[in-house]
Design a protein around this ligand. Structure first.
Ligand code: ADP
Ligand code: ZN
Length: 746
């Protein structure tokens, strides 16, 4: 987020009732979706009416922009000479932002130390929705009976008998007639047309369509949740259960209860583009599809969903984190599935965690918020222990399925030739699995062919010109790509440094290279590679999943995209090629994340009657994360990790705020970072660390330095950060991004 303006948040007196008039003139304060310190004042002309939340068009310099009336102001509140104020140009034909949504926006801005306008921008992500939706003409039976009826005309009248409004083309198609026949019937008054908004309504999911019989444990959990939904009060709940315990089935019951009470449901999922299986299950359970919200929606679809949500016409919406800012008007339940998932944390722009902000929204909307996970985040674990969150537990896998057997393969004693990454042990297991007519998954969290390419003649390494990162070879597309920016280049024939040809060496494996090894060592396997660059669209993902479900695939090779939520009955073997990958580096959450990811991947194995086996290949088999995974003693791991965090004053026991100072000029960034350091706040419970070059010291052409503020839990860090930032003059060429509760430390 941009904090360079550094203006402290302004608190306005709220006038919920209509517009104000001082000396006959009415004013409004309009929040614009721009990184400005505060709303701007405008005159509300007598012919317009705009209360709080109204979406308005206003002039800004030479432009005209869309904003939201934040408060209506007394003339006395206006610091600017009223003679200089400009009038609101128009009020948009859309429902006003609710008071709850406006409060959420203010709350998020305050918490993340962002400009409220930057947060508003996230809530205005479908600007077309503010216009009146286009109209279309539909027809129903008129009062006039046609004097002369042909068989074609009769078919149309038969179709129209049910009084469902249809477009001319629909009528013609369903009655198998030409459009001329429809026109003829309209001309004689047998059909009448009217204009309606051209928006397909959302089908209503039916709460009792495909009810599942729940096990006693599941029923107890489901009753607890439905009871909270029925009472319609804010309550945060953790629904915890091992992978395959039926958490989804349980929270579907809570969704059903909200539907019975005519209240909307928001389900947040990570990686929304890959939720084909979830959607299918939803359809089986409720007989209709939910509305969806994610970055791949078309503009038309965004407009439709946004508008319908604002008018209370979306019964259930499933979406990525940005769905949190949709204008629901009667939320009855929020579900955050895989609540521990790092993708709920947005790092760019306004740095917020959708899981945490979902709790805030639930509190504002007065509805339950259900966090769902097999491996809850330590933040949530601590909130449960402190009785801030209620805890609902599913202790066992559904239908008697056993948790998979997990073992660690000590790679130090596996004598693998260079260029190979699959141990003999794992290879044998894959052969056996395929022979038994089952499926296996090899997990490697690295896209592409190889993470580093070098020239053996001169040692040249291919590096991104914009980032401090190696270029990753993608053999599939014969390109070297940067995974941090969009940079890509064709693999050259000669080394750009020494001009020798044919001396490039790929270092380390990616999933493409693993596929090559599999082709050699496990030739009988029918293989699918699943990574974000092979699952490029929901359609492709669905096709891939279908071929796995139809057993046209024996072996899946995948990155983290395959770790989440999938259920393949024949999948019995999971091999993690490099369990140490996430443990390297000094990231605060490295151990926690590795534990979560490994449990999640392991949870794909043996989900039905056939038992599952999991092999973790590691060079650090004594690492506490791996021993905890192997023993299945999650509580031991949590206790050890929490003790370490408490001893170091780290989250969830302490607070962190990162400042990322970046600029195209390395000097400017360094100097600003040093100036911020000199102006660092002095309080007993607060420490400032840094500045240090960020681990990604160059990213997208910008040099980056980091400062870290560490505070005791009781400290309100936001005012401290705001005070700090106004003390330093930040040049226009330098950006200071504030990240409260940082997740990544790059
Ligand atoms: P989780 O979300 O905890 O990983 P799921 O809800 O995906 O678990 O359940 C695992 C599998 O068990 C799914 O295929 C699901 O359909 C099935 N299942 C869970 N509970 C029931 C139930 N009560 N009746 C029938 N099938 C169930
Ligand atoms: Zn790059």
């Amino acid at each position: 987020m941009l904090a360079s303006s550094g203006a402290p948040a302004k608190v306005y007196r709220m006038h919920e009732s209509g517009t104000s008039s001082g000396g006959g003139q009415r004013y409004v304060k309009v929040l614009l979706p721009l990184p400005l310190g505060a709303p701007y004042d405008y005159i509300l002309p007598p012919e317009l009416d705009a209360g709080p939340g109204a979406v308005v068009r206003v002039p800004l310099g030479t432009r005209e922009v869309t904003g939201v009336v934040w408060v209506t102001a007394e003339a006395a509140d206006t610091e600017i000479d009223p003679a200089k104020l400009k009038p609101v140009r128009a009020v948009m034909p859309v429902r006003p932002f609710t008071a709850t949504l406006r409060r959420l926006i203010d709350w998020v801005a305050e918490y993340t130390v962002s400009a409220p306008g930057s947060v508003l921008r996230m809530a205005m992500s479908a600007p077309e929705a503010f216009d009146r939706p286009p109209l279309e003409k539909v027809f129903v039976l008129g009062d006039t009976v046609p004097p002369r009826t042909t068989p074609a005309r009769q078919r149309v009248l038969d179709v129209a008998q049910d009084n469902v409004p249809r477009r001319s083309a629909e009528l013609a198609e369903q009655a198998a007639v030409s459009s001329g026949v429809i026109k003829g019937l309209v001309d004689v008054g047998a059909l009448v047309g009217r204009e309606v908004p051209a928006e397909r309504p959302f089908t209503i999911p039916q709460p009792d369509h495909g009810r599942q019989t729940l096990s006693p444990d599941q029923s107890t959990a489901a009753e607890d949740l439905t009871d909270r939904v029925a009472r319609g009060i804010f309550s945060p709940v953790l629904l915890e259960g091992v992978t395959g315990s039926g958490k989804t089935a349980v929270y579907f019951d809570a969704v059903a209860e909200a539907l019975r009470h005519d209240r909307a449901v928001l389900v947040l999922l990570p990686e929304i583009a890959l939720t084909a299986q979830w959607l299918e299950r939803f359809h089986d359970r409720f007989g209709a599809a939910p509305a969806q919200w994610h970055s791949e929606l078309s503009r038309t679809e965004r407009r439709r969903v946004w508008r319908a949500a604002s008018e209370g016409r979306v019964p259930v919406l499933v979406g990525a984190r940005s769905a949190l800012f949709l204008p629901f008007e009667n939320l009855g339940l929020i579900v955050v599935d895989e609540e521990h998932d790092p993708s709920f944390k947005q790092e760019e722009g306004v740095a917020y965690n959708a899981r945490d902000m979902a709790i805030v929204r639930g509190q504002l909307e007065q509805c339950p918020v259900v966090l769902v996970s097999a491996t809850p985040s330590l933040e949530t674990v601590v909130n449960v222990a402190a009785h801030k969150f209620h805890h609902v537990m599913l202790p066992e896998r559904h239908g008697g399925a056993q948790m998979p057997d997990l073992s660690v393969v000590d790679m130090r004693s596996e004598d693998l030739p260079s260029g190979q990454w699959i141990s003999a042990t794992l290879e044998q297991e894959v052969h056996r699995t395929i022979e038994a007519g089952e499926q296996a998954l090899l997990f490697l969290n690295r896209r592409g062919y190889a993470p580093l390419t070098l020239c053996r003649a001169c040692g040249h390494r291919f590096q991104c010109p914009n980032c401090q990162a190696w270029l990753v070879e993608h053999r599939h597309s014969s390109r070297l790509r940067c995974h941090h920016c969009d940079y890509a280049m064709a693999v050259p024939t000669a080394c750009p440094s020494c001009e020798v040809t044919g001396k490039f060496a790929a270092c380390g494996p990616g999933v493409e290279r693993l596929a090559e090894e599999v082709a050699e060592r496990i030739p009988e396997a029918r293989v699918a590679v699943l990574a974000s660059d092979t699952l490029t669209s929901p359609t492709r993902a669905a096709a891939m999943l279908a071929s796995i479900e139809n057993h046209e695939i024996d072996l899946l090779i995948g990155t983290q995209v395959i770790a989440k939520g999938f259920h393949f009955p024949l999948l019995t073997l999971v091999g993690v090629v490099d369990a140490d990958l996430g443990l390297a580096g000094g990231d605060l959450r490295a151990a926690e994340r590795t534990y979560q990811l490994m449990s999640q991947v392991a949870g794909r194995a043996g989900r039905e009657s056939r038992p599952g086996r999991v092999f973790l290949q590691s060079h650090l088999p004594e690492h506490p994360v791996l021993t905890a995974l192997a023993s299945g003693q999650r509580q031991d791991f949590i206790d050890r990790e929490l003790t370490a965090r408490r001893d170091h004053g780290m989250p969830p026991y302490g607070r962190l705020v990162a400042l990322i100072i970046s600029s195209r000029s390395e000097d400017a960034a360094r100097q600003t970072a040093a100036a911020l350091r000199r102006a660092a706040p002095h309080y007993k419970q607060v420490r400032v660390l840094g500045p240090a070059p960020a681990p990604l010291a160059l990213l997208r052409g910008r040099f980056r330095f980091r400062l870290l503020l560490k505070a005791e839990k009781s400290v309100a860090v936001q005012p401290i950060i705001r005070d700090w930032l106004v003390k330093v003059r930040i040049p226009g060429t330098v950006r200071v991004a504030v990240d409260v509760d940082p997740y990544g430390f790059l």
